[in-house]
Design a protein around this ligand. Structure first.
Ligand SMILES: [Zn+2]
Length: 273
């Protein structure tokens, strides 16, 4: 059984609804701030990090508010970054693959389609390339040449109770992460669903590679979880309200996903009786 923690390390306070929800003609100019997370998976034997976030250069370049370095958030959670054996990269956008050097003992797990996309001709389109940071992509390639990258084509078990699922949508090689917890299967949707509103209305984010695949992805991540509330949106500040803080001091920074899921499972069972 795994403990799942959401570590919030940055914010995009200036985002509007039109940036996050496709087709919102009535209130598209209303603010809808975004939060950035990495996720820590801990069992008695292993510690796995999901995504590595970004650092001060990317924050400054893109007008984002860094709360702390992602690796500092990992330390705040009580984990030594050197103890992380595996890092799952949901995809290679700039906000998911910065700071790989902070995890010197980790192997990196990515979908082959994402590796090809981020290093191929698609990057000659400046709009597509803007989602990626060349320096971070090069770091992944360097890790590949050092024999530290595992590239998959679809479903793979990274450890007992931790699976990656190829969810083509937001990018051609995005993968969601499915984790066995005491409360059932939790799914980290990452950017297949930036916000809970995407999940709950079925209306995707406009940040996508393929619109048809995106609609399929929103249904797929829900099917993988033991209950709808156990799908964790990728960039929604509500994560910090829906799940309890690791401690009083870390309220708003680190939330514990799995514990709260015990409650969601019992609510779902009660509703089905
Ligand atoms: Zn992304």
């Amino acid at each position: 059984m795994w403990e799942v923690l959401a570590l919030r390390f940055a914010d995009a306070p200036g985002r509007m609804r039109r940036d996050n929800i496709l087709s919102v003609p009535l209130d598209q100019d209303r603010p809808m701030p975004m939060a950035f997370f990495v996720w820590l998976l801990r069992s008695a034997e292993r510690t796995i990090l999901v995504d590595t976030g970004f650092g001060p250069e990317e924050a400054a370049d893109r007008g984002l508010a860094l709360r702390c370095l992602p690796v500092e958030a990992v330390r705040l959670a009580g984990t030594d970054p050197h103890a992380i054996s595996d890092v799952i990269l949901t995809h290679m956008h700039f906000d998911h693959v910065g700071g790989l050097a902070d995890y010197p003992n980790a192997r990196f797990h990515v979908q082959a389609a994402e590796l090809v996309h981020a290093t191929g001709p698609a990057m000659s389109d400046l709009g597509t390339a803007r989602g990626y940071a060349a320096a971070s992509v090069c770091d992944v390639v360097r890790a590949l040449f050092a024999g530290r990258v595992e590239a998959y084509d679809g479903l793979r078990e990274i450890a007992p109770g931790v699976e990656v699922h190829l969810i083509r949508s937001h990018t051609p090689g995005m993968q969601a992460v499915r984790i066995q917890t005491s409360g059932g299967w939790v799914v980290l949707a990452a950017d297949a669903a930036l916000f809970y509103e995407n999940l709950e209305t079925g209306v995707p984010s406009p940040v996508l590679w393929h619109l048809g695949d995106m609609y399929v992805a929103l249904r797929a991540v829900k099917r993988l979880a033991s209950a709808p509330a156990m799908v964790v949106a990728g960039d929604d500040p509500l994560v910090m309200e829906r799940f309890p803080a690791l401690s009083t001091e870390l309220d708003g920074t680190i939330a514990v996903i799995a514990q709260a899921c015990d409650r969601y499972i019992s609510e779902a069972q009660d509703a089905s009786i």
